[in-house]
Design a protein around this ligand. Structure first.
Ligand SMILES: [Zn+2]
Length: 495
């Protein structure tokens, strides 16, 4: 009898292992060997294209605060930028229709010959973040110089995101010069206040919605090829299929206060500290098993060791282990769940006064599988066990729900995959979640296929330049952008 039980346990274990191995071996994403072929890119005079980018970088289209809109007094750099585009891209400006929306955001329309086709929309933004004055001396070249040295052009906007505008218009100017006429209408959406989560792009999307425009595909900034991503030998072409939402909550703790010579038990600060420890311990739910996260790991699976694939393809058994391990690595943790980040703390104003009110401000980046209401309810449930502690929406600042998730099994995604593969010279295309916010989020209102990808290849060091010191773009990457956009535009007809 015991022997029989022993045999059947062994055979169950063998069967389970077999299932797990089969799952491991069949755990993969799209077949990258038959991605669509790309048309030939445009030919470019690099020197003059660089000169135009340099002029664009020199214009200080700096946005600083949300709720501090660009008024007539501050608008000159944007107006100069519009004039620069008009002057430097005469063919584009006589062929495409340009409209100014929300005063300084730009919408271009390149009418396609077949008006029954839904358009392609390319997005980029005109504004840049300021430079921290204390870091000015750390720049190899001034941040608004556009100086070129050793194959790099320096300055704000070279990576984020003016170079995209210049590259798109370079591509279009060159395509028009060779008499290219698209079948599918092309829209260009260049917002003026993306860096402060402004309303320019949103206004253009609303205008397009009122005209019943529903792009077949939208491409904005957000991701690129990374050639030295931790855990991968080869380059990885991250294609953003969704972006996280953003909400900030105040956790408030109230108590009687009084003199610090007679401290009460469970003062406001202590109660707040307990509440913070509790939300740190009880994180928002993991979405390791969601389709979006699984698609990411399926796509990168050929780059993973057998053991990693074994664990990731069998989350029905391994999710406890994996969640524990992912939660300890910030980049993986951010990928699978809504993150919880206590940022500001206030309590008493004097060293010998017990606070009547202590407050922690906590910033959440909401996973696409969650929403702000779920976050609020979760935090409220966790902190309500502590007397005197309550949760409140912060009244000012940015608030955004996470975006919907665009498909990664359609033609649009395969075209971007081909572009990523070519950009990174064999990069593996991967559907990924963008952790920060972009203007692309608005476009989900009018399109099901919204993606975030710029045809450039960065190292982790390059990425540090975005919003940081020594923001710079290699001439090679600038060319890759122009070529990539010219190919994307031509591919629109193949969709
Ligand atoms: Zn940007």
């Amino acid at each position: 009898m015991i022997k029989k039980i022993g045999i059947s346990i062994v055979s169950i274990i063998v069967l389970l292992l077999l299932i797990m191995v089969v799952r491991t071996l069949t755990f993969k994403g799209q077949n990258v060997s038959d991605l669509p072929a790309l048309p030939s890119p445009v030919a470019i005079n690099v020197e003059s294209a660089l000169h135009r980018l340099k002029q664009a970088v020199q214009l200080k289209t700096i946005t600083i605060n949300r709720g501090d809109p660009i008024n007539a007094e501050r608008a000159q750099p944007w107006l100069n930028f519009h004039s620069l585009l008009e002057r430097e891209y005469p063919k584009a400006h006589s062929t495409l229709r340009r409209e100014k929306v929300a005063k300084y955001s730009l919408l271009y329309t390149w009418q396609g010959s077949d008006t029954t086709l839904d358009p392609l929309m390319l997005m980029a933004h005109q504004d840049v973040v300021p430079v921290n004055l204390a870091t000015l001396d750390d720049w190899n070249h001034p941040p608004f110089s556009g100086n070129i040295e050793n194959g790099y052009i320096y300055g704000r906007g070279t990576q984020d995101d003016k170079a995209s505008i210049i590259a798109i218009l370079e591509a279009i100017e060159a395509l028009i010069a060779r008499n290219y006429q698209p079948n599918r209408t092309i829209h260009l959406l260049f917002g003026h206040d993306e860096e402060v989560a402004g309303t320019g792009a949103e206004a253009i999307v609303a205008l397009l919605a009122s005209r019943n425009v529903q792009p077949a595909m939208v491409v904005d900034e957000g991701y690129f090829v990374i050639n030295d991503m931790a855990g991968f030998d080869g380059p990885v072409g991250l294609i953003g299929v969704a972006e996280k939402g953003y909400v900030t909550l105040d956790i408030v703790s109230e108590s009687i206060g009084g003199h610090s010579s007679l401290p009460p038990k469970n003062s406001a600060n202590i109660q707040l500290a307990k509440a913070l420890l509790a939300i740190e311990k009880e994180q928002m739910q993991s979405h390791l098993n969601s389709e979006q996260v699984q698609n990411f790991f399926k796509a990168v699976s050929p780059e993973m060791s057998f053991l990693n694939r074994f664990f990731l393809s069998n989350t029905w058994l391994t999710s406890g282990l994996l969640n524990a391990s992912f939660s300890n690595t910030p980049s993986l943790n951010a990928m699978i769940r809504t993150t919880t980040a206590p940022t500001m703390l206030t309590g008493s104003v004097k060293e010998n006064v017990m606070p009547q009110r202590a407050k922690a401000t906590v910033n959440f980046r909401i996973h696409p599988q969650d929403n702000s209401k779920l976050v609020f309810e979760h935090i409220e449930r966790v902190v309500s066990q502590f007397e005197g502690v309550s949760v409140h929406y912060r009244d000012k600042g940015i608030f955004r729900e996470p975006s919907p998730i665009s498909p990664s099994n359609n033609k649009a995604f395969r075209i971007l995959s081909a572009l990523a593969e070519k950009t990174g010279e064999g990069a593996r295309p991967v559907p990924a979640l963008v952790l920060a916010g972009t203007d692309a989020t608005f476009a989900h209102a009018i399109s099901e296929n919204v993606y975030r990808f710029t045809p450039v290849t960065y190292s982790m060091t390059d990425i540090a330049g975005i919003h940081g010191t020594n923001e710079r773009l290699s001439v090679e990457n600038f060319l890759s952008m122009i070529e990539g956009f010219s190919q994307l535009i031509q591919m629109a007809d193949e969709m």
